[in-house]
Structures are given as structure tokens and as C-alpha cells.
Write a protein that binds this ligand. Structure first.
Ligand SMILES: C[S@@+](CC[C@H](N)C(=O)[O-])C[C@H]1O[C@@H](n2cnc3c(N)ncnc32)[C@H](O)[C@@H]1O
Length: 211
């Protein structure tokens, strides 16, 4: 197995864990209808019983959506769905791409029915302290502020943070691949002690539309 394949396997393992945790939280069954904004099929393929999914992503993400039976091309800031169309809406690792996440969260709330549930996940700037002690550069939707931002739109929010060592990179080539993937300066890969156990931090913000 090449380093890139090994790294992909590690990422899949990490994603499977985070999706299983999320699916348990959501109470996903094959009957659950979920709108995943900025979504791709990969995450959901990792579940044994995926829900009925509506994936919405930008046209330029077409390649990443290739495995999806159905997906909607659109912009999360102006959703092509009627008010109250969904019981569950998610933004998984998506909102930090936007200059201002608030209009997209407003749109997510608009298409949720009353009592519908919303979930947004994102990583923390202080993830991976073992290789990036100074932290990642700020984005518009980091775990540190995510709950406060979601609370600008939703009446009821509840953040659940994670903070733990999820996987170890055991070869120099894996560390290099990790640095490339996460825009970490290449020299850090050469300096890191092996195996490199990384601490992942982030948050899943849950919210409910109450009116
Ligand atoms: C880091 S990827 C995450 C993909 C997937 N949700 C996951 O967890 O693996 C961010 C996704 O957000 C999508 N995205 C960025 N801006 C968007 C927008 N304005 N509307 C919809 N999707 C957007 C990107 O195309 C990309 O697929």
C-alpha cells in the first residue's frame, strides 16, 4: 500500500467514526430524509443504513458528486427548495468555505419545518497541536465560534465538542501527505516524531427550529 493509499484509508476510518457518531445522534434510518448542503456521497456511503438523502452542492463540485444517484446543483446561500421542506438539514464541514456563513444558515432554517433539526460541524483552530502548535489560521466558521454564529439564526442551539487523539501517522510519507492535505508547512513533516498521534478538536452544533 502506498503512503497516499494508507492516508486515504486512515481518513476513511476517521470519517466512518464521525459519521457513525453523527448518524446515531440524528437517529438515521432508511426513512429519514436529510438535506446535506455542501454534501458529497462519500460520507453517507460509510453508513450501514444511509438515510434518504438530498445532496446539494455547487456545480463546480460535480466530480465529487459523481457517485451520487441524485444531487441538486445550487448554492447553499439561495436554496432551490420551498419553506419547511425538510425535517433534517446538515452542513458538514462546509460553512468555513463561505465569506459569511450566516445567510447560508438562514437558508437552512428556512427550508426546515418547525421542530426540524439542524446540524453543523467544523474543526477547531487548535486541532493537531502536535504538528501545528500555533494553530490553523482563522476561518469564518471555526469550532471556537460556531455555536455563537448558529445562535444568530436559531433559537435553540447545543454544541457538542470533541477533543481526542483519533489516529496515528506512522511513516514519514503519511505525515507528508497529511501536511499537504491540510496546508501545513512541508518542513513540519520532516521534523515530526514518529508515530505522530494527532489530537482532533471540533464541534457539532445542534439546533432546532422552534417556530
Ligand atoms: C470540505 S468539503 C466537505 C464536503 C462534505 N460535506 C464532507 O463533510 O466531506 C466542503 C463542501 O462545501 C461545498 N460548498 C462550498 N461552498 C458552497 C456553497 N455556496 N453552496 C453549496 N456548497 C458549497 C464544496 O463544494 C464542498 O463540497
Amino acid at each position: 500500500m502506498t503512503a497516499a493509499q494508507r492516508f486515504a484509508a486512515i481518513s476513511r476510518h476517521f470519517r466512518r467514526r464521525r459519521m457513525a457518531r453523527f448518524a446515531a445522534e440524528l437517529g438515521v434510518t432508511p426513512e429519514t430524509r436529510v438535506l446535506d448542503i455542501g454534501g458529497t456521497p462519500e460520507n453517507w456511503k460509510l453508513l450501514e443504513s444511509p438515510p434518504r438523502l438530498v445532496l446539494l452542492n455547487t456545480p463546480r463540485a460535480a466530480e465529487d458528486l459523481a457517485g451520487a444517484p441524485v444531487w441538486v446543483a445550487g448554492d447553499g446561500r439561495a436554496l432551490p427548495f420551498r419553506d419547511g421542506a425538510f425535517a433534517e438539514v446538515v452542513h458538514l464541514w462546509c460553512l468555513y468555505h463561505l465569506d459569511d456563513p450566516v445567510p447560508a444558515i438562514r437558508e437552512a432554517r428556512r427550508v426546515l419545518r418547525p421542530a426540524g433539526r439542524y446540524y453543523a460541524s467544523t474543526a477547531a483552530r487548535d486541532s493537531d497541536p502536535e504538528i501545528l502548535p500555533e494553530g490553523y489560521p482563522p476561518s469564518t466558521f471555526d469550532a471556537e465560534e460556531a455555536a455563537t454564529i448558529v445562535a444568530l439564526v436559531f433559537e435553540r442551539t447545543e454544541p457538542e465538542r470533541w477533543d481526542g487523539q483519533f489516529f496515528a501517522l506512522s511513516t514519514r510519507e503519511q505525515v507528508r501527505a497529511y501536511c499537504r492535505h491540510n496546508y501545513i508547512p512541508a518542513e513540519r513533516a520532516e521534523e515530526a516524531e514518529l508515530p505522530l498521534c494527532l489530537t482532533k478538536r471540533g464541534v457539532l452544533v445542534r439546533a432546532t427550529r422552534t417556530t
